[in-house]
Design a protein around this ligand. Sequence first.
Ligand SMILES: Cc1cc2nc3c(=O)[nH]c(=O)nc-3n(C[C@H](O)[C@H](O)[C@H](O)COP(=O)(O)O)c2cc1C
Length: 192
Amino acid sequence: MKTYFNEIGSNAVKLFVKTKMFIKLFSLNEIMKALIIYFTMTGRTKQTAEAIASKLSVFDVSFLPIELNGNSSEKKKYLASMRKNDFSLFETILNNIDFSSFDILLFGMPTHGRFPPKIFEEIVSKGKNLSGKEAVVFTTARITGKKALYHMKDKVEEKGARVINQNVFRKLFKLGTEDAIKFGIQLNTRYK
Ligand SMILES: Cc1cc2nc3c(=O)[nH]c(=O)nc-3n(C[C@H](O)[C@H](O)[C@H](O)COP(=O)(O)O)c2cc1C
């Protein structure tokens, strides 16, 4: 009787080990894909996005950077034209955003006048296949980014995605990467 149960026990262990191995092999082929889409003017949001990504080891991470380049008067000029709904500088990018091949989408924006820059609305409205996706929103700010963050969350959810995490990275002077790294670790462990 004892042996019989031992045998059942050891077979169950073997089956458990084999199943775990299979799941592991299977999940190696099925690594989850993350897309980090961000806009940056002075580099703080880019730095934050890259710090978060550095900890997302369970994901295959891609970036969709939208960066304003040039000197500060050129950047101001582009920003002013975007405020007037002229997104011609980024037209090709905006017309080709498709979220379908990603499992999770991370949207990162600076806070401009308590809201994300207008290009955020363009990304969300023009991007294809956002509905049904899991999403993360974050903003970088110097004083407060809460309103921008809630706005981003609302807009993404209006398009049918589910925001599973959000954060404001706020520092008056040097932002650093410490908080972004902690946030990345937190996101990563959710899927481990
Ligand atoms: C036009 C403009 C408006 C801004 N408005 C705010 C604001 O309302 N609240 C705030 O905390 N920071 C504000 N900031 C600071 C930025 O949010 C902050 O520096 C951000 O991290 C910049 O991100 P970036 O380096 O990726 O462009 C503003 C900056 C600019 C250029």
